[in-house]
Design a protein around this ligand. Structure first.
Ligand code: ATP
Length: 369
Protein backbone atom coordinates (compact mmCIF):
# COMPACT_ATOMS: atom_id res chain seq x y z
CA UNK A 1 0.00 0.00 0.00
CA UNK A 2 1.36 3.44 -0.88
CA UNK A 3 1.50 6.27 1.60
CA UNK A 4 -1.32 8.18 -0.11
CA UNK A 5 -3.61 5.15 0.02
CA UNK A 6 -2.97 4.58 3.70
CA UNK A 7 -4.14 8.07 4.73
CA UNK A 8 -7.10 8.38 2.37
CA UNK A 9 -10.44 7.18 3.64
CA UNK A 10 -12.06 4.41 1.59
CA UNK A 11 -15.25 6.44 1.33
CA UNK A 12 -15.88 10.07 2.14
CA UNK A 13 -19.24 11.78 2.01
CA UNK A 14 -19.20 15.57 1.98
CA UNK A 15 -22.39 17.59 2.47
CA UNK A 16 -24.39 14.90 0.74
CA UNK A 17 -27.99 15.83 -0.11
CA UNK A 18 -30.57 13.89 -2.10
CA UNK A 19 -33.98 15.14 -3.11
CA UNK A 20 -36.53 13.16 -5.09
CA UNK A 21 -39.11 15.12 -7.05
CA UNK A 22 -42.29 13.59 -8.44
CA UNK A 23 -46.03 14.40 -8.60
CA UNK A 24 -45.27 18.03 -7.79
CA UNK A 25 -43.71 17.02 -4.47
CA UNK A 26 -40.08 17.07 -3.30
CA UNK A 27 -38.83 14.54 -0.73
CA UNK A 28 -35.53 15.38 0.96
CA UNK A 29 -34.29 11.85 1.66
CA UNK A 30 -30.73 12.80 2.69
CA UNK A 31 -30.26 16.21 4.27
CA UNK A 32 -26.52 16.88 4.44
CA UNK A 33 -24.46 13.86 5.44
CA UNK A 34 -20.73 14.04 6.18
CA UNK A 35 -18.68 10.99 7.07
CA UNK A 36 -15.35 9.25 6.55
CA UNK A 37 -15.20 5.49 6.30
CA UNK A 38 -11.68 4.16 6.73
CA UNK A 39 -10.05 1.47 4.62
CA UNK A 40 -10.77 -2.01 6.00
CA UNK A 41 -13.55 -0.93 8.38
CA UNK A 42 -16.76 -2.79 9.01
CA UNK A 43 -19.01 0.27 9.01
CA UNK A 44 -22.78 0.28 9.55
CA UNK A 45 -25.49 2.75 8.65
CA UNK A 46 -28.15 2.19 11.29
CA UNK A 47 -31.54 3.83 11.59
CA UNK A 48 -35.29 3.41 11.34
CA UNK A 49 -37.14 2.79 8.11
CA UNK A 50 -37.11 5.82 5.81
CA UNK A 51 -34.17 7.63 7.45
CA UNK A 52 -32.12 7.64 4.23
CA UNK A 53 -29.77 4.66 4.65
CA UNK A 54 -30.48 3.04 1.29
CA UNK A 55 -30.41 6.35 -0.56
CA UNK A 56 -26.98 7.09 0.97
CA UNK A 57 -25.70 3.67 -0.13
CA UNK A 58 -27.12 4.07 -3.63
CA UNK A 59 -25.21 7.35 -3.96
CA UNK A 60 -21.98 5.64 -2.86
CA UNK A 61 -22.59 2.87 -5.41
CA UNK A 62 -23.56 5.33 -8.15
CA UNK A 63 -27.17 4.18 -8.67
CA UNK A 64 -28.34 7.64 -7.59
CA UNK A 65 -26.50 10.93 -8.08
CA UNK A 66 -26.54 13.45 -5.20
CA UNK A 67 -28.60 16.63 -5.55
CA UNK A 68 -25.60 18.35 -3.96
CA UNK A 69 -22.45 17.32 -2.14
CA UNK A 70 -19.79 14.82 -3.04
CA UNK A 71 -18.98 11.12 -2.80
CA UNK A 72 -15.23 10.45 -2.75
CA UNK A 73 -13.87 6.95 -3.16
CA UNK A 74 -10.26 6.59 -2.09
CA UNK A 75 -9.86 10.34 -2.37
CA UNK A 76 -11.45 10.77 -5.81
CA UNK A 77 -14.71 12.62 -6.45
CA UNK A 78 -16.84 10.09 -8.35
CA UNK A 79 -19.71 12.39 -9.36
CA UNK A 80 -21.00 11.19 -12.73
CA UNK A 81 -18.96 7.96 -12.65
CA UNK A 82 -21.31 5.02 -13.44
CA UNK A 83 -21.65 2.15 -10.91
CA UNK A 84 -19.65 -0.36 -12.96
CA UNK A 85 -16.70 2.04 -13.11
CA UNK A 86 -16.59 2.53 -9.31
CA UNK A 87 -14.35 0.42 -7.13
CA UNK A 88 -17.32 -0.73 -5.03
CA UNK A 89 -19.90 -3.49 -5.32
CA UNK A 90 -23.32 -3.77 -3.77
CA UNK A 91 -25.20 -6.76 -2.32
CA UNK A 92 -28.96 -6.42 -2.01
CA UNK A 93 -31.46 -7.98 0.36
CA UNK A 94 -33.06 -9.79 -2.59
CA UNK A 95 -30.05 -11.77 -3.75
CA UNK A 96 -31.01 -11.31 -7.42
CA UNK A 97 -29.30 -14.52 -8.52
CA UNK A 98 -29.92 -15.88 -12.02
CA UNK A 99 -32.20 -18.88 -11.34
CA UNK A 100 -31.26 -20.84 -14.49
CA UNK A 101 -27.50 -20.61 -13.84
CA UNK A 102 -25.40 -22.80 -11.56
CA UNK A 103 -23.75 -21.36 -8.47
CA UNK A 104 -20.39 -21.23 -10.27
CA UNK A 105 -21.87 -19.46 -13.31
CA UNK A 106 -23.67 -16.95 -11.11
CA UNK A 107 -20.42 -16.08 -9.36
CA UNK A 108 -18.42 -16.03 -12.62
CA UNK A 109 -20.95 -13.81 -14.44
CA UNK A 110 -19.21 -10.47 -13.87
CA UNK A 111 -15.78 -11.88 -14.62
CA UNK A 112 -16.96 -13.31 -17.96
CA UNK A 113 -18.46 -9.97 -18.94
CA UNK A 114 -15.13 -8.35 -18.20
CA UNK A 115 -13.47 -10.86 -20.53
CA UNK A 116 -11.52 -12.76 -17.86
CA UNK A 117 -10.30 -16.06 -19.34
CA UNK A 118 -12.31 -19.15 -18.42
CA UNK A 119 -9.56 -20.94 -16.50
CA UNK A 120 -8.68 -17.85 -14.47
CA UNK A 121 -12.35 -17.16 -13.77
CA UNK A 122 -12.86 -20.75 -12.58
CA UNK A 123 -9.90 -20.40 -10.23
CA UNK A 124 -11.22 -17.16 -8.72
CA UNK A 125 -14.75 -18.54 -8.41
CA UNK A 126 -13.38 -21.59 -6.57
CA UNK A 127 -11.43 -19.36 -4.20
CA UNK A 128 -14.49 -17.19 -3.45
CA UNK A 129 -16.79 -20.17 -2.88
CA UNK A 130 -14.21 -21.52 -0.46
CA UNK A 131 -14.18 -18.22 1.45
CA UNK A 132 -17.99 -18.05 1.72
CA UNK A 133 -18.18 -21.73 2.74
CA UNK A 134 -19.80 -23.11 -0.42
CA UNK A 135 -16.99 -25.22 -1.86
CA UNK A 136 -18.49 -28.35 -3.44
CA UNK A 137 -21.79 -26.69 -4.34
CA UNK A 138 -20.61 -25.20 -7.67
CA UNK A 139 -23.08 -27.14 -9.81
CA UNK A 140 -26.24 -26.44 -7.83
CA UNK A 141 -28.88 -23.97 -8.93
CA UNK A 142 -30.14 -21.22 -6.59
CA UNK A 143 -33.46 -23.02 -5.98
CA UNK A 144 -31.50 -25.97 -4.55
CA UNK A 145 -29.91 -23.80 -1.87
CA UNK A 146 -31.17 -22.43 1.46
CA UNK A 147 -31.70 -18.68 1.91
CA UNK A 148 -28.42 -18.38 3.79
CA UNK A 149 -26.55 -20.24 1.06
CA UNK A 150 -28.11 -18.05 -1.63
CA UNK A 151 -26.94 -15.00 0.29
CA UNK A 152 -23.41 -16.47 0.32
CA UNK A 153 -23.54 -16.89 -3.47
CA UNK A 154 -24.56 -13.24 -3.79
CA UNK A 155 -21.61 -12.32 -1.57
CA UNK A 156 -19.17 -14.42 -3.56
CA UNK A 157 -20.47 -12.85 -6.77
CA UNK A 158 -19.90 -9.36 -5.37
CA UNK A 159 -16.44 -10.20 -4.01
CA UNK A 160 -15.08 -12.05 -7.01
CA UNK A 161 -14.50 -8.78 -8.89
CA UNK A 162 -12.10 -7.68 -6.18
CA UNK A 163 -13.87 -4.46 -5.18
CA UNK A 164 -12.12 -2.20 -2.69
CA UNK A 165 -15.37 -1.78 -0.79
CA UNK A 166 -18.51 -3.86 -0.49
CA UNK A 167 -21.88 -2.23 0.19
CA UNK A 168 -24.47 -4.49 1.81
CA UNK A 169 -28.09 -3.31 1.99
CA UNK A 170 -29.90 -5.27 4.73
CA UNK A 171 -28.39 -8.50 3.35
CA UNK A 172 -29.65 -10.63 6.25
CA UNK A 173 -33.17 -9.22 6.58
CA UNK A 174 -34.84 -12.11 4.75
CA UNK A 175 -33.26 -14.79 6.95
CA UNK A 176 -34.81 -16.23 10.10
CA UNK A 177 -33.29 -15.23 13.44
CA UNK A 178 -30.98 -18.25 13.97
CA UNK A 179 -29.62 -18.11 10.44
CA UNK A 180 -29.25 -14.35 10.64
CA UNK A 181 -27.17 -14.66 13.80
CA UNK A 182 -24.86 -17.27 12.29
CA UNK A 183 -24.52 -15.22 9.09
CA UNK A 184 -23.56 -12.17 11.21
CA UNK A 185 -20.57 -14.11 12.52
CA UNK A 186 -19.81 -15.44 9.03
CA UNK A 187 -19.92 -11.99 7.44
CA UNK A 188 -17.44 -10.67 10.01
CA UNK A 189 -15.13 -13.60 9.31
CA UNK A 190 -15.38 -13.09 5.55
CA UNK A 191 -14.68 -9.38 5.90
CA UNK A 192 -11.60 -10.13 7.99
CA UNK A 193 -10.44 -12.69 5.47
CA UNK A 194 -10.82 -10.51 2.36
CA UNK A 195 -9.67 -7.41 4.28
CA UNK A 196 -11.76 -4.84 2.38
CA UNK A 197 -14.14 -2.13 3.61
CA UNK A 198 -17.70 -3.29 4.28
CA UNK A 199 -20.53 -0.78 4.55
CA UNK A 200 -23.57 -2.44 6.02
CA UNK A 201 -27.11 -1.03 6.11
CA UNK A 202 -29.41 -2.27 8.85
CA UNK A 203 -32.32 -1.10 10.98
CA UNK A 204 -31.46 -3.77 13.57
CA UNK A 205 -29.46 -2.20 16.40
CA UNK A 206 -28.31 -5.56 17.81
CA UNK A 207 -26.95 -6.52 14.42
CA UNK A 208 -25.07 -3.23 14.07
CA UNK A 209 -23.62 -3.47 17.60
CA UNK A 210 -22.47 -7.06 17.05
CA UNK A 211 -20.79 -6.59 13.71
CA UNK A 212 -19.44 -3.09 13.30
CA UNK A 213 -16.15 -1.36 13.97
CA UNK A 214 -18.10 1.90 13.79
CA UNK A 215 -21.72 2.87 13.35
CA UNK A 216 -23.41 5.96 11.92
CA UNK A 217 -26.85 6.28 13.51
CA UNK A 218 -29.15 8.02 11.02
CA UNK A 219 -32.46 9.74 11.65
CA UNK A 220 -34.57 11.74 9.24
CA UNK A 221 -31.89 12.13 6.56
CA UNK A 222 -29.07 13.06 8.94
CA UNK A 223 -26.34 11.37 10.97
CA UNK A 224 -27.28 11.69 14.65
CA UNK A 225 -24.13 10.09 16.01
CA UNK A 226 -21.06 8.33 14.66
CA UNK A 227 -18.84 6.14 16.81
CA UNK A 228 -17.85 2.68 17.96
CA UNK A 229 -20.64 0.37 19.17
CA UNK A 230 -19.49 0.93 22.75
CA UNK A 231 -19.45 4.73 22.42
CA UNK A 232 -22.89 4.76 20.89
CA UNK A 233 -24.39 2.38 23.43
CA UNK A 234 -22.73 3.79 26.53
CA UNK A 235 -22.65 7.48 25.55
CA UNK A 236 -25.70 8.14 23.39
CA UNK A 237 -25.35 11.69 22.08
CA UNK A 238 -29.04 12.43 21.75
CA UNK A 239 -32.42 11.31 23.01
CA UNK A 240 -33.09 9.66 19.68
CA UNK A 241 -29.90 7.55 19.85
CA UNK A 242 -30.53 6.66 23.49
CA UNK A 243 -34.01 5.46 22.61
CA UNK A 244 -33.15 3.70 19.36
CA UNK A 245 -30.18 1.73 20.70
CA UNK A 246 -31.20 -0.50 23.55
CA UNK A 247 -33.42 0.50 26.46
CA UNK A 248 -32.70 4.05 27.48
CA UNK A 249 -34.36 4.80 30.86
CA UNK A 250 -34.71 8.54 30.34
CA UNK A 251 -34.86 10.64 33.50
CA UNK A 252 -34.83 14.37 34.13
CA UNK A 253 -34.33 16.79 37.00
CA UNK A 254 -32.74 20.03 38.17
CA UNK A 255 -29.15 20.31 39.41
CA UNK A 256 -29.23 21.13 43.13
CA UNK A 257 -25.58 20.62 44.00
CA UNK A 258 -22.19 20.64 42.26
CA UNK A 259 -19.21 19.05 44.03
CA UNK A 260 -16.11 16.92 43.39
CA UNK A 261 -16.79 16.63 39.65
CA UNK A 262 -20.38 15.47 40.01
CA UNK A 263 -23.74 17.16 39.56
CA UNK A 264 -26.45 16.10 41.98
CA UNK A 265 -30.15 16.15 41.26
CA UNK A 266 -31.59 16.10 44.76
CA UNK A 267 -35.04 14.60 44.98
CA UNK A 268 -35.51 14.96 48.72
CA UNK A 269 -35.91 12.24 51.27
CA UNK A 270 -32.71 10.25 50.52
CA UNK A 271 -33.32 9.99 46.79
CA UNK A 272 -30.94 11.59 44.30
CA UNK A 273 -29.37 11.18 40.91
CA UNK A 274 -25.64 11.80 40.60
CA UNK A 275 -23.99 12.33 37.20
CA UNK A 276 -20.51 13.40 36.06
CA UNK A 277 -20.67 17.20 36.21
CA UNK A 278 -19.60 17.87 32.60
CA UNK A 279 -20.87 21.33 31.66
CA UNK A 280 -23.72 21.25 34.19
CA UNK A 281 -24.49 24.43 36.12
CA UNK A 282 -26.50 24.93 39.30
CA UNK A 283 -30.21 25.11 38.66
CA UNK A 284 -29.96 23.68 35.12
CA UNK A 285 -32.46 21.09 33.94
CA UNK A 286 -30.75 17.87 32.89
CA UNK A 287 -32.02 14.92 30.90
CA UNK A 288 -30.09 11.75 31.40
CA UNK A 289 -30.07 8.08 30.60
CA UNK A 290 -28.96 4.97 32.46
CA UNK A 291 -28.72 1.51 30.89
CA UNK A 292 -30.81 -1.27 32.47
CA UNK A 293 -27.86 -3.60 33.14
CA UNK A 294 -25.99 -0.93 35.13
CA UNK A 295 -28.72 -0.65 37.75
CA UNK A 296 -28.56 -2.54 41.00
CA UNK A 297 -31.97 -3.44 42.40
CA UNK A 298 -32.39 -4.50 46.01
CA UNK A 299 -34.68 -4.22 48.97
CA UNK A 300 -32.02 -2.74 51.30
CA UNK A 301 -31.02 0.94 51.14
CA UNK A 302 -27.94 1.44 48.90
CA UNK A 303 -24.64 3.26 49.60
CA UNK A 304 -24.50 7.04 50.00
CA UNK A 305 -22.48 7.98 46.88
CA UNK A 306 -24.70 6.25 44.39
CA UNK A 307 -27.69 7.48 42.43
CA UNK A 308 -30.65 6.14 44.40
CA UNK A 309 -34.32 5.97 43.59
CA UNK A 310 -37.18 4.20 45.32
CA UNK A 311 -39.84 2.39 43.35
CA UNK A 312 -42.38 -0.37 43.06
CA UNK A 313 -41.95 -3.40 40.82
CA UNK A 314 -44.69 -3.41 38.16
CA UNK A 315 -43.47 -6.16 35.82
CA UNK A 316 -41.17 -9.18 36.08
CA UNK A 317 -40.11 -10.99 32.90
CA UNK A 318 -38.03 -14.15 33.41
CA UNK A 319 -35.77 -14.80 30.41
CA UNK A 320 -33.62 -17.73 31.54
CA UNK A 321 -30.17 -16.23 31.85
CA UNK A 322 -31.58 -12.87 32.93
CA UNK A 323 -34.70 -11.32 34.42
CA UNK A 324 -36.10 -7.94 33.35
CA UNK A 325 -37.97 -5.78 35.84
CA UNK A 326 -40.03 -2.66 35.30
CA UNK A 327 -40.02 -0.39 38.31
CA UNK A 328 -42.33 2.61 38.73
CA UNK A 329 -40.14 5.16 40.50
CA UNK A 330 -41.08 7.96 42.88
CA UNK A 331 -40.43 10.35 39.93
CA UNK A 332 -43.42 8.84 38.16
CA UNK A 333 -41.29 7.31 35.40
CA UNK A 334 -40.82 3.61 34.80
CA UNK A 335 -37.28 2.27 34.77
CA UNK A 336 -36.25 -1.04 33.27
CA UNK A 337 -33.66 -3.14 35.09
CA UNK A 338 -31.88 -6.22 33.69
CA UNK A 339 -30.37 -8.66 36.19
CA UNK A 340 -28.25 -11.72 35.45
CA UNK A 341 -29.65 -14.85 37.05
CA UNK A 342 -27.41 -16.98 39.25
CA UNK A 343 -28.18 -20.67 38.79
CA UNK A 344 -29.91 -21.23 42.13
CA UNK A 345 -31.04 -17.74 43.14
CA UNK A 346 -34.65 -16.67 43.55
CA UNK A 347 -35.98 -13.54 41.85
CA UNK A 348 -34.85 -10.39 43.66
CA UNK A 349 -38.41 -9.12 43.89
CA UNK A 350 -41.96 -9.84 42.78
CA UNK A 351 -44.65 -7.56 41.41
CA UNK A 352 -45.74 -5.01 43.98
CA UNK A 353 -42.52 -5.10 46.04
CA UNK A 354 -40.89 -1.85 47.13
CA UNK A 355 -37.27 -1.72 46.03
CA UNK A 356 -34.27 0.62 45.80
CA UNK A 357 -32.57 1.20 42.47
CA UNK A 358 -29.03 2.46 42.52
CA UNK A 359 -26.10 2.94 40.17
CA UNK A 360 -22.71 4.56 40.05
CA UNK A 361 -22.57 8.19 38.90
CA UNK A 362 -20.40 7.28 35.89
CA UNK A 363 -23.15 5.03 34.55
CA UNK A 364 -25.63 7.80 33.80
CA UNK A 365 -25.09 10.48 31.20
CA UNK A 366 -26.63 13.83 30.62
CA UNK A 367 -27.77 13.92 27.01
CA UNK A 368 -28.68 16.60 24.51
CA UNK A 369 -32.11 17.18 22.98
P1 ATP B 1 -35.68 1.34 4.77
O1 ATP B 1 -34.98 0.82 5.98
O2 ATP B 1 -37.16 1.28 4.88
O3 ATP B 1 -35.14 0.81 3.49
P2 ATP B 1 -34.08 3.73 4.44
O4 ATP B 1 -33.53 4.30 5.69
O5 ATP B 1 -33.17 2.93 3.59
O6 ATP B 1 -35.41 2.94 4.75
P3 ATP B 1 -34.53 5.30 2.08
O7 ATP B 1 -34.98 4.13 1.28
O8 ATP B 1 -33.20 5.85 1.79
O9 ATP B 1 -34.63 4.99 3.63
O10 ATP B 1 -35.63 6.45 1.92
C1 ATP B 1 -35.52 7.72 2.53
C2 ATP B 1 -36.71 8.58 2.14
O11 ATP B 1 -36.67 8.89 0.74
C3 ATP B 1 -38.06 7.92 2.35
O12 ATP B 1 -38.97 8.90 2.78
C4 ATP B 1 -38.42 7.40 0.99
O13 ATP B 1 -39.81 7.32 0.84
C5 ATP B 1 -37.82 8.44 0.07
N1 ATP B 1 -37.40 7.88 -1.23
C6 ATP B 1 -36.46 6.94 -1.43
N2 ATP B 1 -36.31 6.67 -2.75
C7 ATP B 1 -37.20 7.46 -3.40
C8 ATP B 1 -37.54 7.67 -4.79
N3 ATP B 1 -36.93 6.99 -5.76
N4 ATP B 1 -38.50 8.57 -5.06
C9 ATP B 1 -39.11 9.28 -4.08
N5 ATP B 1 -38.84 9.13 -2.77
C10 ATP B 1 -37.90 8.25 -2.43
Amino acid sequence: MTETQSVLPAIELVGLVKEFTGNGETVRAVKGVDMRIEEGEFFSLLGPSGCGKTTTMRMIAGFDEPTSGEVRLHGKDVTGVPPNKRDVNMVFQSYALFPHMTVADNVAFGLRRKGVAKAEAAGRVGEMLEIVGLAGREKRRPAELSGGQQQRVALARALVNDPRALLLDEPLAALDLKLRQSMQVELKRIQREVGITFVFVTHDQGEALTMSDRIAVMNDGRVEQLGSPREIYEHPGSKFVAGFIGTSNLLSGTVTELRDGVAVIGLGDAERIVVPAGDAVMGADLELTVRPEKIDMRVEEPGADRSRLRGTVTEVVYLGTSTNYNVRTSLGTTITVFTQNASDADDIAVRGDSVWLSWEPRHSYAIGA
